[in-house]
Design a protein. Structure first.
Length: 476
């Protein structure tokens, strides 16, 4: 019988990647790596696709495989640097980006923008200023306004805000306008120009947002609530119990980053950021057609596979020597039955904050317009917060998930008491370092990256009152 040669459709995958059709490209790339596991181009395509959808742990593994198999060159180095940056490996990212800038060529300009962003995110303001002062072709690109404004704001904040807002209201590409605009919103808010900040945020949501299926999200939450209030037995542990897994449950901008930075200071806890592993786990169950009402039909073999993938991904991101991984995923509240079934024993730390403060911070922040499109209006934010507050406590209690409840305002008021309670739940002793999260040298890539460089404080409590004009009686 003639041997059948498997054709790996790299050209087709690359065409989809060029069109940013990452969702279509990823299944083809995954199939290509399975059909030809030593094909470096297939692994590189998988890295590009998964990184494009923010699945950084998967992209990290894929590009490592590609490089082991001989992939190299500026394209590979550039993506490797971007992935390192997203995973908090600032030094590695900076080394690769500086080399690309110094080498010149077609990647120098893109590498310059990335280098400026890494310097900003890692708190290297002096190095960023020196890089901008050194000049270069990248500063002739309109996109450089963000880096230039970040340097200018140290001496002329008003001029920096004007530059950013002008770019946000220009005919520049939507992503560029969105990034510049929300940077201006953050500065306007800090300067006390609340009406201007709110108006600009409203403009950005209206002109750079994308369609979002809010009703789909809410109907899924309602379906889970109905199941949780009904007869027992539809959801139970299927995979073996896990140890050393903890994750946050709550809304973005409710204190999740502060909690992570505090716990990451403990010698036995390693923060793994907003790991996409839980999302992949949940989609794995949904892909079997079992979410949410038939989750008990998940086979033990499939449950163990999903658990293994999650644990391996978490372990690859956890700091060496740490015994517990802390997952700051922003999606856990939507997948609690999946946690109960596939990750039994995982500890959930549920955190909540004054909903008006949470809503203010969400609306004035640059969340992904597709994944978090519900942040585009205060009304949709209110509805999602209400859904989380109905679903999460009920699920944690009914499904028997080990957990602790934390209120952000109380955590700020009594950090020691809360950390002692949380660490006891994790089976760990108190470590005084958790009370000084501002000393954590780990690069923070969330929207709270500037706030966490400060010691624990009450500065953001009651922030919503600056925007009281936007809140109606339904928020009372």
């Amino acid at each position: 019988m003639a041997r059948v040669t498997t054709v790996v459709p790299i050209a087709q995958i690359n065409d989809l990647l060029a069109k940013r059709a990452f969702g279509q490209a990823i299944p083809l790339a995954e199939a290509a790596t399975k059909a030809a596991p030593r094909n470096a181009a297939a692994w590189f395509a998988l890295a590009r696709g998964t990184f494009g959808l923010g699945r950084c742990a998967t992209a990290d593994h894929a590009i490592e495989q590609a490089m082991r198999l001989g992939a190299g060159g500026p394209d590979v180095d550039f993506l490797r640097a971007l992935i390192d940056h997203r995973l908090g490996r600032s030094e590695r990212a900076l080394g690769r980006l500086r080399a690309l800038v110094e080498a010149g060529g077609p990647h120098a300009v893109q590498a310059s923008f990335a280098l400026a962003e890494v310097l900003h995110r890692s708190g290297r303001a002096d190095e960023l200023a020196a890089f901008v002062a050194a000049g270069g072709a990248w500063l002739n690109d309109p996109r450089s306004v963000l880096a230039r404004a970040r340097v200018i704001k140290a001496t002329d904040a008003a001029r920096a805000m004007d530059l950013l807002e002008e770019n946000a209201r220009s005919a520049a590409p939507p992503l560029e306008r969105r990034v510049s605009g929300f940077e201006a919103v953050r500065m306007l808010d800090a300067a006390g120009q609340y009406r201007r900040a709110f108006d600009l945020a409203t403009h950005l949501h209206a002109t750079t947002g994308t369609g979002f299926d809010l009703e789909g999200l809410l109907s899924d939450a309602r379906a889970q609530v109905a199941l949780l209030k009904g007869p027992a037995g539809w959801c139970a542990p299927i995979a073996p119990a896990v140890r050393g897994v903890a994750m946050v449950v709550g809304m973005p901008r409710s204190g999740t980053t502060l909690l992570e930075q505090m716990l990451d200071r403990h010698h036995a806890v390693g923060g793994i950021g907003e790991f996409e592993g839980l999302l992949a786990l949940g989609h794995g169950i949904a892909g079997e057609g079992l979410w949410p009402d038939r989750i008990a039909s998940l086979t033990p073999a499939k449950a163990r596979e999903l658990q293994r993938d999650y644990l391996q991904g978490a372990a690859s991101l956890r700091r060496p020597g740490a015994k517990v991984s802390f997952d700051k995923t922003l999606h856990a509240w939507r997948w609690l039955p999946a946690i109960a079934a596939v990750l039994p024993g995982a500890v959930c730390l549920r955190i909540e904050r004054d909903p008006r403060d949470t809503a203010t911070s969400l609306f004035l922040s640059n969340f992904h317009p597709q994944a978090f499109g519900w942040t585009g209006s205060l009304e949709s934010i209110r509805r999602v917060i209400a859904a989380e507050r109905e679903l999460a406590p009920l699920a944690l209690r009914t499904l028997g998930i080990p957990h602790e409840d934390i209120r952000y305002e109380d955590l700020v008021e009594d950090p020691r008491g809360h950390m002692e309670r949380v660490l006891a739940r994790l089976g760990l002793p108190m470590d005084e370092r958790v009370l000084a999260p501002q000393e954590n040298a780990r690069t923070v890539l969330t929207l709270s990256h500037e706030q966490v460089r400060k010691s624990i404080n009450r500065g953001s409590i009651g922030r919503w009152r600056n925007y009281e004009f936007a809140f109606g009686p339904q928020w009372a």
